[in-house]
Design a protein around this ligand. Structure first.
Ligand SMILES: [Fe+2]
Length: 152
């Protein structure tokens, strides 16, 4: 992967991560205490993802730049509207988005791993931790969804 392509990918992922942050940062708005607590931590995780990507971009000598600025990034990237008042629908949508994030990272990591450049192996390791956490979040969302179903 050449530098231009790498930077493009990193900025695209950075934009998605800002979208993820937008999903969880209004954690106080939920009536479910477990969702509030979990989303608060997810918000922190997303901030960590953003910071890691920014650090990588800066260390490559570039400036982080989002491909979509502000607003409803997730809605625009995935062409969906999420109604947070419908908690089941919201959990389903977020699970889908985390699943997409995990798949995107999987693809990115394997591209980097197949690259002979040593530097890219290092970036792959950083991306792999974000990849894992996207999966963990998806699993939590799915589990929550399942338990809500049992209660209903
Ligand atoms: Fe993330």
């Amino acid at each position: 992967m050449d530098d231009k392509m790498l930077m493009k990918e990193l900025n695209k992922i950075l934009t998605l991560e800002h979208g993820h942050l937008g999903m969880y940062e209004k954690y106080m708005d939920y009536s479910d205490k477990e969702i509030r607590r979990t989303f608060r931590r997810f918000m922190e995780v997303e901030i960590e993802h953003i910071e890691k990507l920014k650090t990588v971009i800066r260390n490559l000598g570039d400036k982080p730049s989002l491909i979509i600025e502000g607003g409803d990034i997730i809605g625009r990237l995935f062409n969906i509207t999420i109604n947070v008042a419908d908690e089941r629908g919201m959990l389903k949508a977020y699970s889908f988005i985390e699943q997409k994030a995990h798949a995107g990272y999987t693809d990115f990591v394997s591209k980097l791993e197949n690259d002979s450049e040593k530097r890219n192996q290092f970036i792959a390791e950083i991306a792999a931790s974000n990849m894992l956490e996207a999966k963990l979040m998806q699993l939590w969302l799915d589990d929550k969804l399942k338990n809500m179903h049992v209660q209903a």
